[in-house]
Ligand binder design. Structure first.
Ligand code: AMP
Length: 120
């Protein structure tokens, strides 16, 4: 599969510092920031710093260092946001997954009971 990355997407602009963000955590390979339209008391987006369009693209092509860095960021986000009672991670992907921003991101949602996984 071909993955075409558009460097004008909004998260690419955040990574270049062209658009502000509310950073929760950052390391060499990943940035975590608050979602601009939170769906729960905790709603953080974790993105890799590399140019990956989706979770499957990241899983296939990101280096081990990038993948470990991303997971370390996830652990730090969970610590910082104190989601000891649980959370949900979501990676919407392409059309069926209703992905709006074509730069890989993982939503971390928590801070309340989230209900069952899918509505439809
Ligand atoms: P998705 O539908 O999985 O692609 O989700 C994209 C998410 O990005 C949505 O939850 C938006 O609220 C969020 N979002 C869009 N623009 C920004 C921004 N400038 N800063 C933070 N979050 C954003």
């Amino acid at each position: 599969m071909e993955y075409a990355y558009d460097d004008q997407n909004i998260f690419a602009k955040i990574l270049r510092g062209e658009i502000p963000n509310k950073t929760v955590y950052e390391n060499d390979h990943a940035l975590a920031f608050e979602d601009i339209a939170p769906q729960a008391p905790v709603h953080v987006l974790i993105i890799p710093k590399g140019a990956y369009v989706s979770l499957d693209h990241f899983a296939r092509d990101a280096s081990p260092e990038e993948q470990v860095g991303f997971m370390q960021a996830l652990a730090e986000v969970c610590r910082i946001t104190d989601v000891a009672q649980g959370f949900r991670s979501i990676s919407n992907t392409r059309v069926h997954g209703v992905q709006d921003v074509p730069h890989y991101h993982m939503h971390i949602l928590g801070g309340r009971q989230l209900g069952r996984m899918l509505q439809g």
